[in-house]
Ligand binder design. Sequence first.
Ligand SMILES: [Zn+2]
Length: 366
Amino acid sequence: MRAERAKVAKPANNLLHPVVARALDQIAISADELEPFVSGNSQASKAHALLEQQKGAWEMLRNGYDTLRTVRTRVFDFGDFHIKVQFNPGRLISTVAEVDAASIKARKCFLCIENLPPDQRGIPYDGGFLVLCNPFPIFPEHFTISSVRHTPQLIHDSFAALLNLTRDLGSRYTVLYNGPKCGASAPDHLHFQAGNRDYLPIDAEYETLTRTHARPLLEFGSFRAYGIEKYLRHTITFESSDASLLQRAFGSLYEVLHEGGPAGEEPMLNILGFYTNREWRIHAFPRAKHRPSFYFKDGDEKLLFSPAAVELGGICTTPREQDFEKVTREHIVEMFHEVSVSAERFATATTLLAPKLAALANQTRP
Ligand SMILES: [Zn+2]
């Protein structure tokens, strides 16, 4: 039995502005172009094939992957889990991206189809998205899945799309979401990212974490919810094979986190999505801050780390070699402590969430 698809509004291409529709036609890779690289029929194999095609046809991407080969890694051991630090010079633009409203307004949106580089190609996905190769990779295979429309980065109405994408790419990739104020370098243009499974430490650590760091919030049928604590950062994790239940559970979490936050703003969140054996696993990391204090310091005290979903998955990237060499275990602890919600705020959120999940379970029981 196939798991159901999350219900997502599917705007038809003919509703796009004619300039955008023409640009989409040009950028959509043809079956003939993909054919030499495809080894399967899944969306994940098509994405992999796109990357292979683009490495041959798009110089900027090839350079990005050449830079990735020079990456250096340090590993910090925290007992049940570890954090990797990656020196990745290709990430400079993303790390220092100015994402305030004035800077965003002043620049040309780099995710709008009509502004994409001429050699870039993509795979239209789910009626409203385009799978694109990320020219500044962190993962050995790294994608940006952007909306075909210039529409703000908001998860409330796009969580269903995240579930579908996680399912369709899940055999090979993890799907990532960065909130508009905590890591998205295009907060004005809806997008997700995807990178290789088994690359972020959290994937391999998860089974241990459920025994050592997880507080069960609710379990019924195929649905499980945990609060994962004492992991430097906090995460609410949902597991289920039922997309509509996951959507409702996420809706409850959103409500809880939204309460007390600034009106009209999305609660700060990074999300990681995994799909295994027809089950989703969604980690939502509530955030307190975008960047740690040391990011804003001068001289020797400054460290360029700008945490987003990849970091919360356990890989902290820095584009400067001196920061890679200088960073200590204490810096890492301090960074996660500052950018994650406090233990108290997390405890309040899980306390408020548990009865809402229980109510969902009661509605769902026959
Ligand atoms: Zn745009």
